[in-house]
Design a binder for this molecule. Structure first.
Ligand code: FAD
Length: 381
C-alpha cells in the first residue's frame, strides 16, 4: 500500500517546526521551500516560554537556550524621558512561573537549529509553488521549475502571500498597516565605545512609534533593533528597502540619548512594510490547511507571530495524531477549534501595539502549554 504523504509548503519558522513535529510523530513529510538556500539575514526574534515547550518536544530547547540571550526583564521605557513604564520579569521568574526560558536570538541561528531537526532529504529548496489542485482522492502540487508532487494533504506554511491561501480563498493582497519596521544589527564591540548601559531587552515608546532593542546571542556580542514607525504608503518594490541613519534620526528626533547612540552605531539598516490581513473565513478546505502568517498574519509588535505559527504546527500535529491522517477532515476541524481563538486574540493585541507597554500579567501568553490543554471538540470550527 502507498505510504500516505504530507506536503508542507514553506520552510519558515512555522513550516520547519511543523515538519519536524510531524516527522517525530511518524508521518511522512516533504517540505517545499522557494528559497534556493537559507542565509543568516540580519534580524532577531523573541521566543517565549510558550514556544520553548514546543522546542522541548523537538529536542532543541537546550540548544536554543544556549544560543540566545536570556533577559531578566522586558523593560518598557518612555522614548523621550527614559522613564520606566513597565518591568516585566522574565529570566528565573519565567522558568519558575511559565515553565521555560524566555530568549531573544538571531533569527537565522534559530531557523538553522529548527532545520537541523528535519529528516535528511525531506526539505526541497528552490521549489516555488505555483498551483495546487485537490481532485478529491489526492492533491497535486505544481512548482515553477516544472516539478510536480502528489500528496494526501497539503499544509500551507508559505507566509503572508501564501499560494495555498490563494487556492483556498482566491487572490487578495495583504493590507498595508500604515507602519514600517526598521531593522539593524549592531556589533557589541561598537557599543563598547560608549559609556552607556545597553539593556538586554527594552522597548522605547512614544505615542505613535517605538524601538524594540535586544541582544541576539548568549555572549551578548550582537544587539538588534526593530522599530514601528508610521509611513503613509508602501510604494517600494520587494519585501524591504535600505534605510539610513538620516532617516532614523528624523524618525526618532527627540528620543533618548541611548536611542540616538544606537542609530549612530548602525550603518546597515533595512525598512520593511508591516502587513496584515483580516481574520480568514476558513483555515482549511478539503485536503488543504493553513498555518502561521498564511492564516493569521499580524503586525509584529507582540513578538508572537512566529510563536503562533509554531504553536499552530504543534496543535495541527497533535490533531493529526489524534485522528490519523486518513481522517484529516476531523483533524483540520479540531485544529481550527483549538487555535482560532488564541491566534485571533494575539493577532488583535499585536496589531494594537499595547503589549507590555504598562504593567500587565503576560501569563496567558507565556504560561500556555499547548500539550497540556485539553482538546476542544472540532464541532466549534
Ligand atoms: P514565514 O516565516 O514568512 O515563512 C514562509 C516561508 O514560505 C518562507 O520561507 C518563504 O520563502 C516560503 N514560501 C512563500 N511562498 C512560497 C511558495 N509559493 N512556494 C514555496 N515556498 C514559499 N515573531 C515572533 O514570534 N517573535 C518576534 O520577535 C518577531 N519579530 C518580528 C519582527 C518583524 C519586523 C516582523 C516583520 C515579524 C516578526 N515576527 C516575530 C513575526 C514572524 O516573523 C512571522 O509571524 C513568522 O515568520 C511567520 O512564520 P511562517 O512560517 O508562517 O511564515
Amino acid at each position: 500500500m502507498k505510504t500516505p504523504r504530507i506536503a508542507i509548503v514553506g520552510a519558515g519558522l512555522g513550516g520547519a517546526c511543523t515538519a519536524s513535529l510531524l516527522q517525530k510523530a511518524g508521518f511522512h513529510v516533504d517540505v517545499f521551500e522557494q528559497a534556493p538556500v537559507f542565509s543568516r539575514l540580519g534580524a532577531g526574534i523573541h521566543m517565549g516560554p510558550n514556544v520553548m515547550k514546543i522546542f522541548r518536544r523537538m529536542g532543541i530547547e537546550d540548544a536554543a537556550v544556549d544560543m540566545g540571550s536570556k533577559p531578566d526583564f522586558w523593560m518598557s521605557r518612555d522614548g523621550v524621558t527614559g522613564d520606566y513604564l513597565s518591568r516585566i520579569p522574565l529570566g528565573e521568574f519565567a522558568l519558575r512561573e511559565y515553565g521555560a526560558a524566555y530568549i531573544t536570538i538571531h533569527r537565522g541561528d534559530l531557523h538553522a537549529l529548527q532545520i537541523s531537526t528535519l529528516q535528511p532529504g525531506t526539505l526541497h529548496f528552490g521549489k516555488h509553488l505555483t498551483n495546487v489542485v485537490d481532485d478529491g482522492s489526492g492533491i497535486d502540487l505544481f512548482f515553477q521549475d516544472g516539478a510536480r508532487f502528489r500528496a494526501d494533504i497539503v499544509i500551507g506554511a508559505d507566509g503572508i502571500n501564501s499560494c495555498v491561501r490563494e487556492a483556498l480563498l482566491g487572490p487578495e493582497k495583504p493590507n498595508y498597516s500604515g507602519w514600517v519596521a526598521h531593522r539593524a544589527l549592531i556589533q557589541g564591540s561598537d557599543l563598547k565605545r560608549f559609556n552607556a548601559e545597553f539593556e538586554p531587552c527594552v522597548k522605547w515608546w512614544t505615542k505613535d512609534r517605538h524601538m524594540m532593542v535586544y541582544f541576539t546571542t548568549s555572549s551578548r556580542d550582537e544587539y538588534y533593533f526593530v522599530t514601528g514607525v508610521p509611513h503613509p504608503a508602501w510604494d517600494f518594490q520587494g519585501p524591504s528597502v535600505p534605510s539610513s541613519q538620516e532617516e532614523m534620526r528624523e524618525a526618532f528626533a527627540g528620543y533618548h540619548p541611548i536611542v540616538q547612540t544606537l542609530i549612530d552605531c548602525t550603518t546597515d539598516i533595512s525598512k520593511w512594510p508591516l502587513l496584515n490581513r483580516n481574520p480568514l473565513p476558513l483555515w482549511s478546505r478539503g485536503r488543504m490547511a493553513l498555518l502561521g502568517d498564511a492564516c493569521h498574519p499580524m503586525k509584529p509588535h507582540m513578538a508572537q507571530g512566529g510563536a503562533m505559527a509554531i504553536e499552530d504546527g504543534a496543535m495541527l500535529t497533535r490533531c493529526l495524531v489524534e485522528t490519523g491522517l486518513q481522517d484529516y477532515t476531523t483533524a483540520f476541524k479540531l485544529y481550527e477549534a483549538n487555535r482560532r481563538e488564541r491566534a485571533s486574540r494575539v493577532q488583535g493585541v499585536s496589531n494594537a501595539n499595547t503589549w507590555l507597554r504598562t504593567p500587565e500579567d503576560p501569563a496567558w501568553v507565556f504560561a500556555y502549554d499547548i500539550y497540556a490543554e485539553p482538546l476542544q471538540s472540532g464541532m466549534a470550527a
